[in-house]
Design a protein around this ligand. Structure first.
Ligand SMILES: [Zn+2]
Length: 146
């Protein structure tokens, strides 16, 4: 199954860091925001010649790089080489996030707002990150809560 990104969400440069997820439409408090559906072909898989052509085409269309080895019997072992490019990973951390667990909107979100989550709730205690979110209650350093 090929990955589909919610057409109402766009990935663009974020004032927080790198790229972020931005909603094009207003989201009501309590709504679940879906970012993407399906899976990217990250895991190494054996493709027939025809499947491999589809895989390459998909990668090119989606701006992905891949690693591939021809197996000599008409099949190819291939996978996307850049894991960090998963769209869900573009969601930036904020100390004052607008999405909670399960991407549920914590408040009304306006069209054009960046979608953010508190990384602490997805991370283990040995993890920390300097934060640049700009929220009034910014902790400066974010530490995992798990
Ligand atoms: Zn912060």
């Amino acid at each position: 199954m090929v990955l589909v990104i919610n057409p109402e969400i766009e990935i663009k440069n974020s004032p927080i860091q790198g790229k972020g997820l931005f909603t094009k439409v207003p989201i009501k408090k309590g709504e679940t925001v879906w970012i993407s559906e399906g899976e990217e072909p990250y895991d190494e898989k054996i493709y027939t010649d025809e499947e491999f052509k589809e895989f390459q085409k998909w990668c090119i269309e989606n701006g992905k790089e891949w690693d591939a080895v021809a197996n000599g019997d008409g099949t190819h072992t291939a996978a996307i080489s850049e894991r960090e490019k998963h769209p869900g990973n573009y969601g930036n951390h904020s100390c004052d996030p607008n999405m909670g667990k399960g991407y549920v909107a914590l408040r009304d979100i306006k069209a054009g707002e960046e979608l953010t989550a508190d990384y602490a709730q997805f991370s283990t205690k040995d993890w920390e990150m300097k934060c640049n979110c700009g929220a009034k209650n910014c902790k400066g350093t974010v530490r995992g809560a798990l």
